[in-house]
Design a protein around this ligand. Structure first.
Ligand code: NAI
Ligand code: MG
Length: 499
């Protein structure tokens, strides 16, 4: 078997329990890109067509694994955002709000099925544009995207059952702004409930990952979705702001940083526009001494290292009960050494590229901060590719509550570890954060799970697992992690007037 050029060199760690005498590196197994068709340049998707931006501006989206340009996309200005909102308004008034709910559902089912048919293409483009490992985009993102459309398709004609005694009515036009960590999944989370409830949409994907949203426009066309029901405008922060500031938007749905969430709240103050905000997080993953430790270690790895830690619900703070701390950290380091960092399109890759140079700089700055603050640093020894943006999985032990690496969102494969003795102590520490999005509890005792889940101030808490999603489960946070819920029955509410 040939050694992969970027695979980790064999390394002898004194503490390693298993002796890897055999060469366990895999031969490269890259996913083919032969079936991918990308245009050189994309316009804005408005009223069912790709149109040139009135701004006349375009920018490049690149592949963070090799820094190569993938395509140019339009940069929508104020006039373009206006055009998209007008198209959405017209589609709302003349078509979408007049359709029967069952008909709306049929479109959503159709969209879900086409996404399933094109799943391979979508996962490859997602990995190329955003850097995440194909294993993630193929096995997690894209199946969940289809599942969300199926799930909300089912609700479209059952809204009266969902909210008995009420007459649910759509709001009108929804402006939706999404981030780069789950580009297609966030588009599905936003678009599916909006359409099921009878609203029309203007969606703005993130500037580093616009391609799968633009490919989704092709799906809408193939599904014969009436023109203007979903419009997609690309661009950066200014484009997002133009959408938020548009006076004819009835609802804003935003996922991204807490800083931008605050800006959006300011912009919406005094307006009757409804909003949901899904912002940052600093989840506590809590391991008790009675937990199944090997399983917990897998959960930690899944929670912070897969997907490069680019997850708002990432288990970025680890609390281990003191009596098992040494063994957990040792097991964790051992497991980390086996993680393959490299080509996102390779099916063996565990951890792909960091999404952008900016994000990599931010992660590296935090690693420096953590070291300067005095926490003990460990990073795996894997060799990173020369081109592209990469960060080997890393952890800090002996971190303390006051450290910035414990308090602030890093959004990278960097874990901050603390220990605890009692339930009360860990609850106090875990809740001592400006965020409240998610958390994890690992224990053998059901009673402990219930105690923890009732006292942890987080929107989603996993028990003996981590980072698992289902369209039927609501997702969202407390405190600076945001306002409102997405997913499940609760995810319908922000798109409805419930009189
Ligand atoms: P960001 O919040 O700037 O970007 C998210 C989306 O908002 C993008 O589509 C962006 O174009 C848009 N946007 C930016 N400024 C805007 C404005 N003034 N008005 C309306 N829309 C605007 O996030 P960014 O800069 O990409 O990442 C910075 C940090 O944010 C990350 O390091 C991470 O800590 C956090 N983040 C959290 C996410 C989450 O899911 N909670 C997702 C992405 C980033
Ligand atoms: Mg890109």
């Amino acid at each position: 078997m040939k050694r992969k050029p970027n695979a980790r060199p064999r390394r002898k760690t004194a503490a390693r329990a298993i002796d890897f005498q055999t060469d366990w590196t895999y031969a490269p197994a890259p996913e083919s890109t032969g079936h991918i068709q990308l245009r050189e340049r994309y316009g804005l998707f408005i009223n069912g067509q790709f149109v040139n931006p009135k701004s006349g501006k375009y920018f490049a989206t690149t592949n963070p694994a090799n820094e190569k340009k993938l395509a140019e996309v339009a940069e929508a200005g104020i006039a373009d955002a206006d055009r998209a909102v007008r198209a959405a308004r017209q589609a709302y008034e003349t078509v979408w709000s007049r359709l029967s709910a069952a008909e709306r559902g049929k479109y959503l089912y159709r969209i879900a099925r086409i996404i399933q048919e094109r799943a391979r293409e979508f996962s490859v483009i997602e990995s190329m544009d955003g850097g995440k490992a194909i294993r993630e985009s193929r096995d997690v993102d894209v199946p969940l995207v289809a599942a969300h459309f199926f799930y909300y398709a089912g609700w479209a004609d059952k809204l009266a059952y969902a909210f008995p005694g009420k007459t649910p009515k759509p709001l009108g036009v929804a402006g939706q702004i999404i981030p780069w960590n789950f580009p297609l999944l966030m588009a599905a989370w936003k678009i599916a409930p909006a359409l099921a409830t009878g609203n029309t949409v203007v969606l703005k994907p993130a500037e580093t990952t616009p391609l799968t949203a633009l490919k989704l426009a092709e799906v809408f066309r193939d599904a014969d979705l009436p023109p203007g029901v979903v419009n997609i405008i690309t661009g950066g922060g200014a484009t997002g702001a133009a959408l938020v500031n548009h006076p004819d938007i009835d609802k804003v749905a935003f996922t991204g940083s807490t800083d931008v969430g605050k800006l959006i709240l300011k912009a919406l103050a005094g307006r009757k526009t409804k909003y949901t905000l899904e912002l940052g997080g600093k989840a506590a993953n809590i391991i008790f001494e009675d937990a199944a430790l090997d399983q917990a270690v897998e959960g930690i790895v899944n929670g912070i290292f897969f997907n490069q830690g680019h997850v708002c619900c990432a288990g970025s703070r680890l609390f281990v009960q003191e009596s098992v701390a040494d063994v957990v950290v040792e097991k964790l380091k051992e497991r980390m050494e086996t993680l393959i960092v490299g080509d996102p399109l390779d099916k063996n890759t565990d951890i792909g590229a960091i999404n952008s140079r900016m994000q990599l700089d931010k992660i590296q700055a935090y690693i420096k901060i953590g070291r300067d603050e005095g926490a003990d640093f460990y990073q795996t020894s894997c060799k990173l590719p020369a081109k592209g943006y990469w960060c080997a999985p890393a952890l800090f032990t002996n971190a303390s509550q006051s450290h910035r690496i414990v308090q602030e969102e890093i959004f990278g494969p960097v874990l901050a570890i603390q220990t605890f003795r009692t339930i009360e102590e860990v609850l106090e520490k875990a809740n001592n954060t400006p965020y409240g999005l998610s958390g994890g509890v690992w224990t053998d005792k059901g009673a402990k799970i219930f105690k923890m889940t009732s006292k942890l101030r987080a929107g989603v808490i996993w028990a003996n697992t981590f980072s698992k999603f289902d369209p039927g489960s609501p997702f969202g946070g407390y405190k600076e992690s945001g306002v409102g819920r997405e997913g499940g029955l609760q995810g319908l509410m922000p798109y409805l007037q419930l009189a």
